[in-house]
Write a protein that binds this ligand. Structure first.
Ligand code: ISE
Length: 336
Protein backbone atom coordinates (compact mmCIF):
# COMPACT_ATOMS: atom_id res chain seq x y z
CA UNK A 1 0.00 0.00 0.00
CA UNK A 2 1.18 3.54 -0.73
CA UNK A 3 0.26 5.97 2.05
CA UNK A 4 -0.99 9.19 0.50
CA UNK A 5 0.35 12.06 2.59
CA UNK A 6 -0.64 15.71 2.90
CA UNK A 7 2.00 18.14 4.18
CA UNK A 8 0.87 21.28 6.04
CA UNK A 9 3.62 23.90 6.22
CA UNK A 10 6.13 23.66 3.42
CA UNK A 11 8.88 25.83 4.88
CA UNK A 12 12.19 24.36 5.92
CA UNK A 13 11.30 21.04 7.60
CA UNK A 14 8.08 20.52 5.60
CA UNK A 15 10.03 20.82 2.37
CA UNK A 16 12.67 18.49 3.70
CA UNK A 17 10.13 15.85 4.76
CA UNK A 18 8.49 16.13 1.33
CA UNK A 19 11.85 15.43 -0.30
CA UNK A 20 12.36 12.50 2.04
CA UNK A 21 8.98 10.95 1.19
CA UNK A 22 9.34 11.56 -2.53
CA UNK A 23 12.98 10.62 -2.99
CA UNK A 24 14.30 8.59 -0.07
CA UNK A 25 11.61 6.51 1.64
CA UNK A 26 9.42 3.75 0.27
CA UNK A 27 5.71 3.28 0.91
CA UNK A 28 4.37 6.82 0.71
CA UNK A 29 3.72 9.65 -1.66
CA UNK A 30 2.99 13.34 -1.08
CA UNK A 31 -0.38 14.02 -2.70
CA UNK A 32 -1.29 17.32 -1.02
CA UNK A 33 0.48 20.47 0.16
CA UNK A 34 -0.57 23.63 1.93
CA UNK A 35 1.15 26.63 3.44
CA UNK A 36 0.06 30.05 4.69
CA UNK A 37 2.04 31.27 1.68
CA UNK A 38 0.45 29.49 -1.25
CA UNK A 39 3.47 30.42 -3.37
CA UNK A 40 5.71 28.49 -0.98
CA UNK A 41 3.48 25.43 -1.34
CA UNK A 42 3.51 25.81 -5.14
CA UNK A 43 7.30 26.04 -5.13
CA UNK A 44 7.57 22.72 -3.26
CA UNK A 45 4.99 21.22 -5.61
CA UNK A 46 7.05 22.32 -8.63
CA UNK A 47 10.35 21.11 -7.17
CA UNK A 48 9.35 17.88 -5.44
CA UNK A 49 5.74 16.77 -5.89
CA UNK A 50 4.35 17.79 -9.30
CA UNK A 51 1.34 15.48 -8.91
CA UNK A 52 0.33 16.90 -5.52
CA UNK A 53 -2.66 19.19 -5.10
CA UNK A 54 -2.06 22.53 -3.40
CA UNK A 55 -4.78 23.46 -0.88
CA UNK A 56 -5.51 26.94 0.40
CA UNK A 57 -5.98 25.76 3.97
CA UNK A 58 -4.69 22.96 6.14
CA UNK A 59 -8.26 22.06 7.05
CA UNK A 60 -9.15 21.50 3.38
CA UNK A 61 -6.07 19.32 2.98
CA UNK A 62 -6.99 17.21 6.03
CA UNK A 63 -10.51 16.76 4.68
CA UNK A 64 -9.39 15.71 1.18
CA UNK A 65 -10.64 12.19 0.36
CA UNK A 66 -7.32 11.10 -1.17
CA UNK A 67 -5.22 12.14 1.86
CA UNK A 68 -4.60 9.12 4.13
CA UNK A 69 -2.21 10.76 6.61
CA UNK A 70 -1.05 14.24 7.54
CA UNK A 71 2.29 15.88 8.37
CA UNK A 72 1.99 19.08 10.43
CA UNK A 73 5.13 21.15 9.83
CA UNK A 74 3.65 24.64 10.10
CA UNK A 75 4.49 27.16 12.80
CA UNK A 76 4.03 25.88 16.38
CA UNK A 77 0.99 27.98 17.26
CA UNK A 78 -1.05 26.28 14.50
CA UNK A 79 -0.26 22.68 15.47
CA UNK A 80 -3.05 22.05 17.97
CA UNK A 81 -5.90 22.91 15.59
CA UNK A 82 -4.47 20.82 12.74
CA UNK A 83 -3.77 17.79 14.91
CA UNK A 84 -7.28 17.97 16.39
CA UNK A 85 -8.74 18.16 12.87
CA UNK A 86 -6.70 15.11 11.79
CA UNK A 87 -7.92 13.14 14.82
CA UNK A 88 -11.51 14.17 14.07
CA UNK A 89 -10.99 12.87 10.52
CA UNK A 90 -9.48 9.63 11.89
CA UNK A 91 -6.24 10.19 9.97
CA UNK A 92 -2.73 9.40 11.28
CA UNK A 93 -0.86 12.62 11.92
CA UNK A 94 2.84 13.36 12.35
CA UNK A 95 3.33 16.66 14.19
CA UNK A 96 6.63 18.48 14.50
CA UNK A 97 7.53 19.73 17.96
CA UNK A 98 5.92 21.34 19.88
CA UNK A 99 2.70 19.33 19.83
CA UNK A 100 1.03 22.49 21.11
CA UNK A 101 2.33 25.75 22.51
CA UNK A 102 0.52 25.29 25.84
CA UNK A 103 0.08 22.29 28.12
CA UNK A 104 -3.69 22.76 27.86
CA UNK A 105 -3.42 22.58 24.06
CA UNK A 106 -1.47 19.32 24.29
CA UNK A 107 -4.02 17.97 26.78
CA UNK A 108 -6.83 18.74 24.33
CA UNK A 109 -5.02 16.51 21.82
CA UNK A 110 -4.47 13.71 24.36
CA UNK A 111 -8.17 13.84 25.33
CA UNK A 112 -9.29 13.73 21.70
CA UNK A 113 -7.00 10.84 20.84
CA UNK A 114 -7.95 8.89 23.97
CA UNK A 115 -11.64 9.38 23.08
CA UNK A 116 -10.88 8.13 19.55
CA UNK A 117 -9.47 5.02 21.20
CA UNK A 118 -6.43 4.22 19.04
CA UNK A 119 -3.21 6.09 18.45
CA UNK A 120 -3.13 8.51 15.52
CA UNK A 121 -0.46 11.01 16.57
CA UNK A 122 3.34 10.84 16.40
CA UNK A 123 5.34 13.82 17.69
CA UNK A 124 8.57 14.76 15.88
CA UNK A 125 11.00 14.02 18.71
CA UNK A 126 13.54 12.61 16.29
CA UNK A 127 16.35 12.03 18.77
CA UNK A 128 14.65 8.78 19.85
CA UNK A 129 15.45 7.54 16.33
CA UNK A 130 19.09 8.64 16.38
CA UNK A 131 21.53 5.72 16.14
CA UNK A 132 23.76 7.23 18.85
CA UNK A 133 20.94 7.68 21.38
CA UNK A 134 19.67 4.17 20.58
CA UNK A 135 23.12 2.71 21.27
CA UNK A 136 23.30 4.73 24.47
CA UNK A 137 19.89 3.44 25.57
CA UNK A 138 20.94 -0.17 25.00
CA UNK A 139 24.01 0.33 27.19
CA UNK A 140 22.06 2.20 29.88
CA UNK A 141 19.40 -0.51 29.92
CA UNK A 142 21.79 -3.42 30.21
CA UNK A 143 25.36 -2.60 31.14
CA UNK A 144 26.11 0.26 33.54
CA UNK A 145 23.81 -0.70 36.40
CA UNK A 146 21.08 1.51 37.79
CA UNK A 147 21.36 5.05 36.37
CA UNK A 148 22.01 7.62 39.09
CA UNK A 149 22.91 10.86 37.31
CA UNK A 150 22.91 12.42 33.84
CA UNK A 151 25.17 15.25 32.71
CA UNK A 152 24.00 16.75 29.45
CA UNK A 153 24.78 19.80 27.35
CA UNK A 154 22.98 21.41 24.43
CA UNK A 155 25.11 24.06 22.79
CA UNK A 156 24.34 26.16 19.73
CA UNK A 157 27.05 28.33 18.16
CA UNK A 158 24.62 31.28 17.94
CA UNK A 159 20.89 31.97 17.79
CA UNK A 160 18.80 34.60 15.97
CA UNK A 161 18.31 37.98 17.65
CA UNK A 162 14.65 37.24 18.47
CA UNK A 163 15.68 34.21 20.57
CA UNK A 164 14.82 34.98 24.21
CA UNK A 165 15.37 33.21 27.55
CA UNK A 166 12.23 30.97 27.61
CA UNK A 167 13.10 29.67 24.13
CA UNK A 168 16.09 27.92 25.68
CA UNK A 169 13.45 25.61 27.14
CA UNK A 170 10.60 25.55 24.58
CA UNK A 171 12.76 25.50 21.49
CA UNK A 172 16.07 24.00 22.54
CA UNK A 173 15.94 21.92 25.72
CA UNK A 174 12.61 20.38 24.70
CA UNK A 175 14.72 17.72 22.95
CA UNK A 176 16.51 16.74 26.18
CA UNK A 177 13.22 16.85 28.06
CA UNK A 178 11.84 14.19 25.76
CA UNK A 179 14.88 12.07 25.04
CA UNK A 180 16.07 11.78 28.65
CA UNK A 181 12.65 10.56 29.82
CA UNK A 182 12.80 7.94 27.09
CA UNK A 183 16.43 7.08 27.82
CA UNK A 184 15.79 6.56 31.54
CA UNK A 185 12.23 5.28 31.24
CA UNK A 186 11.30 7.71 33.98
CA UNK A 187 9.33 10.91 34.59
CA UNK A 188 10.30 14.26 36.07
CA UNK A 189 9.20 15.41 39.49
CA UNK A 190 10.91 18.78 39.75
CA UNK A 191 12.89 21.43 37.89
CA UNK A 192 15.26 24.17 38.97
CA UNK A 193 17.23 26.62 36.82
CA UNK A 194 20.43 28.32 37.85
CA UNK A 195 22.28 30.94 35.86
CA UNK A 196 26.06 31.04 35.74
CA UNK A 197 27.98 34.18 34.87
CA UNK A 198 26.35 35.65 31.76
CA UNK A 199 28.11 35.38 28.40
CA UNK A 200 28.86 38.71 26.76
CA UNK A 201 27.06 37.35 23.67
CA UNK A 202 23.74 37.50 25.60
CA UNK A 203 21.38 40.47 25.40
CA UNK A 204 18.76 42.05 27.64
CA UNK A 205 16.13 39.39 26.80
CA UNK A 206 18.45 36.38 26.74
CA UNK A 207 20.31 35.08 29.75
CA UNK A 208 22.84 32.60 28.44
CA UNK A 209 24.09 30.07 29.46
CA UNK A 210 21.79 28.36 31.94
CA UNK A 211 21.77 25.09 33.83
CA UNK A 212 18.54 23.17 34.24
CA UNK A 213 18.41 20.66 37.08
CA UNK A 214 15.77 17.96 36.84
CA UNK A 215 14.89 15.27 39.31
CA UNK A 216 13.08 12.11 38.24
CA UNK A 217 10.53 9.92 40.00
CA UNK A 218 13.20 7.23 40.48
CA UNK A 219 15.55 9.80 42.01
CA UNK A 220 17.94 10.35 39.08
CA UNK A 221 19.47 13.85 39.09
CA UNK A 222 19.98 15.46 35.71
CA UNK A 223 21.88 18.61 34.86
CA UNK A 224 21.50 20.09 31.40
CA UNK A 225 23.69 22.99 30.34
CA UNK A 226 22.02 25.08 27.68
CA UNK A 227 24.44 27.44 26.01
CA UNK A 228 23.05 28.88 22.81
CA UNK A 229 25.83 31.33 21.99
CA UNK A 230 28.77 29.04 22.64
CA UNK A 231 30.35 30.21 19.33
CA UNK A 232 32.42 27.09 18.64
CA UNK A 233 29.82 24.68 17.21
CA UNK A 234 26.61 22.69 17.60
CA UNK A 235 27.46 20.30 20.36
CA UNK A 236 25.17 17.74 22.04
CA UNK A 237 26.62 15.89 25.01
CA UNK A 238 25.01 13.27 27.19
CA UNK A 239 26.68 11.20 29.89
CA UNK A 240 24.78 8.73 32.04
CA UNK A 241 26.39 7.74 35.32
CA UNK A 242 25.27 4.34 36.55
CA UNK A 243 26.06 2.29 39.64
CA UNK A 244 28.65 0.29 37.75
CA UNK A 245 29.88 2.51 34.97
CA UNK A 246 29.42 5.52 32.70
CA UNK A 247 28.03 5.74 29.19
CA UNK A 248 28.49 8.65 26.79
CA UNK A 249 26.49 9.58 23.70
CA UNK A 250 28.87 8.96 20.77
CA UNK A 251 30.26 11.97 18.93
CA UNK A 252 29.03 12.36 15.35
CA UNK A 253 31.30 10.65 12.84
CA UNK A 254 34.11 12.98 11.78
CA UNK A 255 37.47 12.59 10.09
CA UNK A 256 40.37 12.87 12.48
CA UNK A 257 43.10 14.96 10.91
CA UNK A 258 46.76 15.21 11.72
CA UNK A 259 47.63 18.47 10.13
CA UNK A 260 50.02 21.34 10.79
CA UNK A 261 51.26 19.81 14.04
CA UNK A 262 47.68 19.49 15.29
CA UNK A 263 45.28 16.62 15.89
CA UNK A 264 41.84 17.80 14.80
CA UNK A 265 38.17 16.77 14.51
CA UNK A 266 35.62 19.08 12.93
CA UNK A 267 32.61 19.97 15.07
CA UNK A 268 29.28 20.56 13.33
CA UNK A 269 27.77 24.00 13.39
CA UNK A 270 24.29 23.46 11.91
CA UNK A 271 21.73 21.67 14.09
CA UNK A 272 19.85 20.55 10.98
CA UNK A 273 22.77 18.32 10.03
CA UNK A 274 23.36 16.77 13.45
CA UNK A 275 20.33 14.45 13.52
CA UNK A 276 19.65 14.31 9.80
CA UNK A 277 19.67 10.51 9.61
CA UNK A 278 17.14 10.18 12.40
CA UNK A 279 14.55 12.12 10.40
CA UNK A 280 14.57 9.36 7.78
CA UNK A 281 14.04 6.67 10.42
CA UNK A 282 11.27 8.56 12.25
CA UNK A 283 9.30 9.19 9.06
CA UNK A 284 9.74 5.58 7.93
CA UNK A 285 8.22 4.58 11.27
CA UNK A 286 5.33 6.99 10.74
CA UNK A 287 4.67 5.65 7.24
CA UNK A 288 4.71 2.02 8.42
CA UNK A 289 2.21 2.74 11.20
CA UNK A 290 0.06 4.99 9.00
CA UNK A 291 -0.26 2.12 6.51
CA UNK A 292 -1.99 0.26 9.35
CA UNK A 293 -4.17 3.30 10.14
CA UNK A 294 -2.37 4.10 13.39
CA UNK A 295 0.75 5.80 14.82
CA UNK A 296 3.72 4.72 16.95
CA UNK A 297 6.87 6.36 18.34
CA UNK A 298 6.73 9.51 20.50
CA UNK A 299 3.07 9.96 21.38
CA UNK A 300 0.71 12.83 22.11
CA UNK A 301 1.22 11.88 25.77
CA UNK A 302 4.96 12.44 25.34
CA UNK A 303 4.19 15.80 23.72
CA UNK A 304 1.92 16.66 26.64
CA UNK A 305 4.50 15.66 29.27
CA UNK A 306 7.11 17.71 27.41
CA UNK A 307 4.77 20.72 27.49
CA UNK A 308 4.09 20.36 31.24
CA UNK A 309 7.82 19.96 31.93
CA UNK A 310 8.71 22.94 29.74
CA UNK A 311 6.23 25.11 31.59
CA UNK A 312 7.78 24.09 34.92
CA UNK A 313 11.28 24.87 33.58
CA UNK A 314 10.18 28.32 32.42
CA UNK A 315 8.60 28.98 35.82
CA UNK A 316 11.90 27.84 37.33
CA UNK A 317 13.80 30.30 35.10
CA UNK A 318 11.58 33.12 36.32
CA UNK A 319 11.76 32.16 39.98
CA UNK A 320 15.53 32.51 40.32
CA UNK A 321 16.66 29.20 41.72
CA UNK A 322 13.46 27.86 43.27
CA UNK A 323 12.63 24.17 42.87
CA UNK A 324 9.40 23.84 40.91
CA UNK A 325 7.43 20.59 41.35
CA UNK A 326 6.25 18.77 38.24
CA UNK A 327 3.00 16.87 38.64
CA UNK A 328 1.63 14.76 35.83
CA UNK A 329 -2.04 13.86 35.53
CA UNK A 330 -3.02 10.18 35.28
CA UNK A 331 -1.90 8.64 32.01
CA UNK A 332 -4.79 7.41 29.84
CA UNK A 333 -4.64 3.63 29.20
CA UNK A 334 -4.05 4.28 25.49
CA UNK A 335 -0.48 5.38 26.31
CA UNK A 336 0.51 2.53 28.60
C1 ISE B 1 15.98 24.27 17.04
O1 ISE B 1 14.61 24.46 16.87
C2 ISE B 1 16.27 22.84 17.30
O2 ISE B 1 15.42 21.99 17.24
C3 ISE B 1 17.66 22.55 17.64
O3 ISE B 1 17.85 21.21 17.96
C4 ISE B 1 18.13 23.41 18.77
O4 ISE B 1 19.50 23.18 18.99
C5 ISE B 1 17.93 24.87 18.48
O5 ISE B 1 18.35 25.64 19.60
C6 ISE B 1 16.48 25.13 18.17
O6 ISE B 1 16.32 26.47 17.84
Amino acid sequence: MTVRIGVIGTGMIGRDHTRRIQQVLAGAQVVALSDYSIDAARAVQADLAPDATVYETGEALIGAADVDAVLVCSTGSTHEAYVLAAIAAGKPCFCEKPLATTAQGAKNIVDAEAAHGTRLVQVGFMRRYDAGYRMLKQVVDSQIGTPLMVHAAHRNPAVPEQYVTPMAIHDTMIHEIDVLRWLLDDDYVSAQVVFPRVSSKSHSKLRDPQIVLLETAKGVRIDVEIFVNCTYGYDIQCQVVGEEGLANLPEPMAITKRLGAELRNDIMTDWKARFVDSYDVELADFIAAAARGTASGPSAWDGYVAAITSDACVTAQESEGQIIPITLPARPALYN
